[in-house]
Ligand binder design. Structure first.
Ligand SMILES: Nc1ncnc2c1ncn2[C@@H]1O[C@H](COP(=O)(O)OP(=O)(O)OP(=O)(O)O)[C@@H](O)[C@H]1O
Length: 301
């Protein structure tokens, strides 16, 4: 487990910027690395003392009660919100510098049922969203690039299992189908890091399981590192390499079996949370509170 000691200690303890373990010579740098990172919004400290390493092809979940700053952690990795303290590196660079090497699926609600844009067009926006408008006929010397782009769009639609409905208007696709198309959009430029903000939100249990399995498969097959915000750890637990729980202004990060224990989660949430093991050996978390964290209205000077 990366931070040592109780979470309240983690919240108080500021880890120096160089405090992480030394990398062995020649080792690949972590895809995401946080050392003693902390964030303030509007003068309020959301969290601090966060240490995290995400390796290539690892699936990491960011968990915790409403309003603790899970989405804000993703925005820190995107370079949209600065870390007030500590060090944050994404693909070996300052956040926001890695361009298309980072894919992002923001938190969202559903598309309007009357929206006529096709699923395939939504995916294509991931490829050329920075070139808005109707594509003009392209000179021959550019057509090879266009063809490669079309091939990649078809490939990524197949990867997420959306080929059967990619030509339907997105507004007519189910929530699970829309989510698969949006994941395809985030993947189309072959990112090395995929940041997903609550992609299972508003899906029913079976679709949650299917989309979680898809993301797990993408991690393994494509060697894409995934950092995913989630409310409920259960649907994604079988696929996770690492979890970060944010609460009480601090965080605990580590391997699921290290962090997901009755004792640690009850302390984090400040309420009884039970971690059970099923007869086939799977962990199940019971009683994760949905209420805002106790520290949510805490202000620091
Ligand atoms: N731009 C902003 N200005 C002011 N406050 C903000 C801003 N962005 C986020 N916050 C506040 O920071 C806190 C953390 O927000 P964030 O969206 O990161 O939480 P979260 O853990 O992802 O929440 P949820 O689980 O409800 O999605 C919230 O209290 C939110 O209101």
């Amino acid at each position: 487990m990366e931070p040592v000691g109780r979470v309240s200690d983690v919240a108080r303890h500021r880890v120096p910027a160089q405090a992480g373990p030394a990398e062995p010579p020649g080792a690949a740098p972590a895809v995401v690395s946080l050392r003693g990172a902390g964030v303030r919004i509007g003068g309020r400290e959301l969290w601090s003392g966060v240490d995290l390493d995400v390796g290539a092809g690892e699936f990491t979940a960011v968990l915790g009660p409403n309003g603790v700053g899970k989405s804000t952690l993703v925005k820190v990795l995107l370079g949209l919100v600065p870390s007030a303290v500590g060090e944050v590196r994404v693909l070996g660079q300052a956040p926001g510098r890695a361009g298309p090497r980072v894919g992002y699926l923001p938190q969202r609600r559903s598309f309007d049922a009357s929206l006529r844009i096709r699923g395939i067009d939504i995916v294509r926006l991931g490829m050329d969203g920075d070139r808005w408008g109707v594509p003009l006929p392209v000179p021959t010397r550019f057509s090879a690039r266009r063809r490669a782009e079309y091939d990649r769009i078809a490939q990524v639609i197949e990867l997420v299992g959306a080929t059967a409905y990619a030509n339907r208007p997105i507004g007519e696709c189910s929530g699970g189908e829309q989510q698969r198309l949006l994941i395809a959009q985030a993947l189309v430029r072959r990112p090395e890091l995929l940041l997903l903000d609550e992609p299972l939100d508003s899906l029913d249990l079976s679709h949650q399981g299917a989309v979680a399995a898809l993301i797990g498969r993408i991690c393994r097959q494509e060697r894409v590192s995934v950092v995913m915000v989630a409310h409920d750890v259960n649907p994604i637990l079988p696929w996770l390499d690492r979890v970060v729980y944010i609460a009480e202004g601090g965080a605990v990060a580590g391997r699921p079996e290290e962090v997901i224990t009755t004792q640690t989660l009850s302390r984090l949430y400040g309420a009884p949370v039970e971690v059970l093991r099923t007869s086939d050996g799977r962990l199940v978390v019971v009683g994760q509170p949905e209420a805002p964290a106790l520290h949510a209205d805490r202000h620091v000077s």
